[in-house]
Design a protein around this ligand. Structure first.
Ligand SMILES: Nc1ncnc2c1ncn2[C@@H]1O[C@H](COP(=O)(O)OP(=O)(O)OP(=O)(O)O)[C@@H](O)[C@H]1O
Length: 262
């Protein structure tokens, strides 16, 4: 069954076409990497998929519901999003720890709720892995943009580890701003996410993709350049063409590496 289905989707802003004519179907159990050069439209497409932007053209079906025809508040509760422009829901007065603890309960405030030791330990462990261990008691409103993004990421990941997981998880550059240790811990976390029905991950670097990624969509100039199973799409030929640089792609023990071809 399709979790996300875009048909002829376009998004225009200020008279500019950000994405156009996108056909894309994400099915139950799939994990997608969304790649493409700077400005290709990755974030814009994710905004449509997350229902935070209505398509200017075409139709978007998210979790079986046609965007524009259903109550978006209800639909958004079922979609977990984290990324630079998608961190809109955190309450400034919540602490970082509360923002993560309340993720699985899909509430925005910890007011009137209690959390057991295991829940607190799990949330703290996630914050430590994402380099936010020292900020657990800080108010969200005092965080830098990068810290707020990682807090939102921790919230979505925490929910994704539980039975209350969002059904569709959309992550825009989740490894951005993490050091190499943090990146590896994040990949480990992503591998352990079991509950979402589908996951989409925007990234600039093949090294940031977890081995469990099954499919890839490459955008270029707002349109689909390549789309399909990872081993068919993440090749030197396809990526060299997409990025306009001769690239060599290797896969070892599930992980990808890309470098300029000699
Ligand atoms: N409000 C806007 N008005 C006009 N153009 C916009 C607007 N927002 C984004 N754009 C442009 O749309 C294009 C696609 O942007 P988008 O952020 O979706 O690309 P991206 O693939 O995520 O880029 P990056 O890899 O650099 O993060 C870019 O050229 C960007 O400058």
């Amino acid at each position: 069954m399709s979790v996300l289905r875009l048909r002829g989707v376009g998004l225009r802003r200020d008279g500019r076409v950000l994405v156009g004519g996108v056909d894309w179907e994400v099915e139950e159990g799939q994990r997608w990497a969304l790649l493409g050069p700077n400005g290709a439209g990755k974030t814009s497409l994710l905004e449509v998929a997350s229902t935070y932007e209505l398509p200017s053209d075409g139709v978007a079906d998210v979790l079986g519901a046609r965007v524009g025809r259903v109550d978006l508040r209800e639909l958004r509760r079922r979609v977990g999003v984290a990324g630079p422009t998608l961190t809109r829901r955190l309450r400034p007065e919540s602490t970082v720890l509360e923002a993560v603890l309340t993720g699985p309960r899909a509430t925005l405030t910890a007011w009137g709720q209690s959390f057991d030791e295991a829940e607190v330990a799990a949330a703290r462990g996630l914050l430590t892995d994402l380099g936010l261990g020292g900020l657990a008691e800080r108010r969200v409103g005092t965080l830098s943009d990068g810290e707020r993004q990682r807090t939102q990421l921790a919230r979505v990941l925490r929910a994704g580890e539980t039975a209350a997981s969002p059904e569709l998880v959309l992550l825009d550059e989740p490894a951005a701003g993490l050091d190499v240790g943090g990146r590896e811990l994040l990949l480990d976390r992503l591998e352990r996410l079991v509950a979402p029905r589908a996951l989409v991950l925007v990234s600039h670097h093949l090294e940031e993709l977890p081995p469990s990624v099954t499919h890839a969509l490459i955008l270029r100039d707002g349109g689909v350049h390549a789309c399909g199973p990872v081993d068919e799409v993440l090749t030197g030929l396809v990526l060299s063409d997409a990025f306009g640089v001769p690239l060599e792609v290797r896969r070892e023990q599930g992980r990808w590496h890309a470098r300029r071809a000699d």
